[in-house]
Design a protein around this ligand. Structure first.
Ligand code: NAD
Length: 486
């Protein structure tokens, strides 16, 4: 099939690459000329593992091209994806301006030469499919006032569930594909397009192995409204699950339990499931916050109270600032102190800084008079570009971030941080305080390295007790994760 994808961000570009890999002919469209030029030159404008390699293969299989000219690409397409951003407005509502512009442009571009399905892949409030249809019709009427009834199209919703950093795996081996439309013709058309993916009738790219449990992908056909709602409800649930782990972490710290043990214990219950139960600094990124806010807004429009959603947001944003409290408990004064932040991206394996906890933390620390040093393996350039007024010191690695710092905060669990020489870090600091915002480090290893270590939801008093014991029994080895032997 001929496919046009409007928007070459994290979702649009990955969607285009995967569909071309499956054998469809894809044209990716964006209004951002810089992005399109980079793609035409073989460069990838975002950081997403394996995407560069997949794009090379996609060009050889179905074929993939890039343009800023929506008209020609949409006119030649059987299926047109809308994958533009839907960022939040200050009141939490989704900003649908990009979606509206794309829909109108499609209307002006298409003709009566073929039937088309217009798919909304952007995350949009319930009812937006109807809005897209109305706007495409308006565009058609503007461009072809006399022939508007001859131009046939349907609108469908196909929400995206990929995770940045794992986007290729998630797209080629998805848990499910959701298609929503009131048109059976559109659903048939799309089922045909997705058949290779549903039946897993393709050889995985050489750098990926098909997970053994993926033999056939469930295709969920629904109404437009249900498909739109599935996306919001999924994200709201995942955000709530992490929020639950964080709330329990607060209780664990006080009662002397360890959240990692507690969540492992509950996650093994098949009714609960182990994923998204990691306590930490809270979630961030382009989706959870924006989508939960947008769902709250929609519910309010319909007079529905959503107390769980409200609580989930409040727990998350309070969680980020728990780090400040931990630093204050240890340093008392933050003014004039130097704090190092390890990680800027909202999670590992992406350069995405949207709603990143590190940025909120850095801003808060700077407002409180602290000096802030930062390091991220991938997102530093994006951070400098997006936040020119953020007066932090960018460092070349984790070790230089620690030098002369009074506290070090692990914000993003990049895998390179797992292998840090903790002793070297601790020795170079003015005060060896480590706040492990993702429970990445082994507390006893951090303690042995000389750190005053604090994780999230791990007993607060452990370090202090061990330190005083060590003073009493110098030379006797003490482990924080085993019985204390003296
Ligand atoms: P993004 O900001 O990375 O990309 C959007 C792209 O659309 C930009 O390159 C922008 O220039 C382009 N664009 C805007 N208006 C356009 C127009 N009229 N014509 C052509 N191009 C246009 O956004 P994203 O992260 O890819 O997200 C896209 C949508 O998918 C959002 O609704 C988001 O909520 C949803 N989503 C995102 C993720 C994710 O992990 N990023 C996951 C699932 C769903």
């Amino acid at each position: 099939m001929n496919i046009a994808v409007i928007g070459t961000g994290y979702v649009g570009l990955v969607t285009g690459a995967c569909l071309a890999y499956l054998g469809h002919r894809v044209t990716c469209i964006d209004v951002d000329e810089t992005k399109i030029k980079m793609l035409q030159n073989g460069e990838v404008p975002i950081y997403e593992p394996l995407l560069d390699q997949l794009l090379v293969l996609s060009a050889q299989r179905g074929g993939i091209s890039y343009t800023t000219a929506l008209d020609g690409a949409a006119a030649e397409a059987d299926v047109i994806f809308i994958a533009v951003g839907t960022p939040p407005l200050p009141n939490g509502e989704s900003n649908l301006t990009y979606l509206e512009n794309a829909a109108k442009s499609i209307g002006r571009a298409i003709d009566s030469s073929r039937y088309r399905v217009i798919i909304n892949k952007s995350t949009v409030p319930v009812g937006s499919g109807n809005l897209v249809e109305a706007l495409v019709r308006e565009g058609i009427r503007e461009a072809h006032p006399e022939k508007d009834r001859d131009i046939q199209f349907d609108v469908a919703s196909n929400p995206e569930f990929l995770r940045e950093g794992r986007a290729i795996v998630d797209s080629l081996f998805p848990d499910r594909i959701v298609l929503g439309s009131s048109s059976s013709r559109a659903l048939e058309h799309l089922s045909k397009m997705y058949e290779p993916l549903v039946a897993q009738q393709f050889d995985p790219p050489p750098f990926l192995t098909r997970p053994s449990n993926v033999t056939r992908v469930p295709l969920v056909s629904t109404t437009l409204q249900s498909a739109e709602m599935i996306k919001y409800a999924s994200n709201a649930f995942l955000a709530m699950k992490i929020g639950f782990a964080n709330e329990m972490a607060g209780v664990c710290e006080r009662v002397g339990a360890d959240i990692t043990e507690v969540m492992r214990g509950i996650g093994l219950d098949s009714r609960i499931g182990a994923q998204f139960l990691s306590a930490g600094l809270g979630w961030g990124g382009s989706c959870f916050g924006k989508d939960t806010q947008s769902l709250l807004h929609t519910a309010a429009e319909y007079g529905v109270q959503t107390r769980l959603l409200e609580a989930s947001l409040a727990v998350n944003y309070a969680q980020r600032l728990a780090v400040i409290q931990k630093l204050q408990e240890r340093l008392y004064i933050l003014k004039g102190r130097t704090i190092g932040l390890l990680g800027l991206a909202f999670k590992p394996d992406t350069d995405d800084l949207r709603d990143a906890p590190a940025l909120q933390l850095a801003e808060k620390l700077l407002r409180m008079g602290a000096r802030v040093k930062v390091y991220d393996p991938i997102a530093m350039d994006a951070c400098k570009k997006l936040n020119p007024d953020l007066h932090v010191q960018y460092c070349s690695d984790a070790y230089s971030t620690a030098v002369e710092a009074h506290g070090l905060v692990l914000v993003t669990e990049w895998s390179e941080f797992r292998h840090l020489d903790l002793k070297r870090l601790a020795d170079s600091m003015t005060q060896s305080i480590l706040i492990d915002g993702r429970n990445l480090f082994d507390p006893s290893a951090a303690f042995k390295a000389g750190f005053d270590y604090s994780g999230i939801g791990r007993p607060v008093s452990l370090n202090r007790e061990l330190r005083s014991l060590q003073k009493l029994h110098e030379g006797i080895e003490i482990s924080a994760d085993a019985d204390v032997k003296v």
